[in-house]
Write a protein that binds this ligand. Sequence first.
Ligand SMILES: *[C@@H]1O[C@H](CO)[C@@H](O)[C@H](O)[C@H]1NC(C)=O
Ligand SMILES: [Ca+2]
Length: 243
Amino acid sequence: MLLLRAVLLILVLPSHGEGTTEGPGVLPPLSKGACAGWMAGVPGHPGYNGAPGRDGRDGTPGEKGEKGDPGLVGPKGDAGETGVPGVEGPRGFPGIPGRKGEAGESAYVYRSAFSVGLETRVTIPNVPIRFTKIFYNQQNHYDGTTGKFHCNIPGLYYFSYHITVYLKDVKVSLYKKDKAVLFTYDQYQDKNLDQASGSVLLHLEKGDEVWLQVYGDGEQNGLYADNVNDSTFTGFLLYHDTY
Ligand SMILES: *[C@@H]1O[C@H](CO)[C@@H](O)[C@H](O)[C@H]1NC(C)=O
Ligand SMILES: [Ca+2]
């Protein structure tokens, strides 16, 4: 410990003596004329900053700022008073018609019936079969030029057909309004006469058409008729609509 203090004293003492005699800023004044031949002295230290000046005058007011964002929506107000009733609306649509009255003493008789047959073999598929041998067609509701029955009286109708099959199979359909509703298929047996038949009840509206037609690829068109073997198509009104 003592040794350390002694070392410290030796180190401090020389620097203290130097500061008192040759420190900067305490140079002794020099006489005029004595400068000649002297070396320039060490530059002095820069001075301290002066005290801050007083506040300046207020500046002119700045330009007006941009408009701020809108404020929040306020609470909902109270409901207003009931308004004056509006003008009466336009007249409504007519109601559903009432039911038809009871039929009186009828002067009109509802009649619709036909019964027709083939005169020759049928060869053309996918078109109405034309039955041109007329057994009955009093009201002319069946058209022999088109092969179609045309409904004039809405109601329930009965249709039937009895086809003689010869040389080929028969695939035949009863059509109603461009849609096949009844299908009959008979496979022809060699050296034989076969029969194919069908019957159905159909409700028809005025203007509906009903006819027979070969369906399939056209190979099953063995509908046959001669003087002593008939193929027939029959239809008649069973009940007319009463509404
Ligand atoms: C049609 O029927 C008669 C019998 O009445 C028969 O003799 C005749 O061969 C038949 N036609 C055909 C093509 O078989
Ligand atoms: Ca058969």
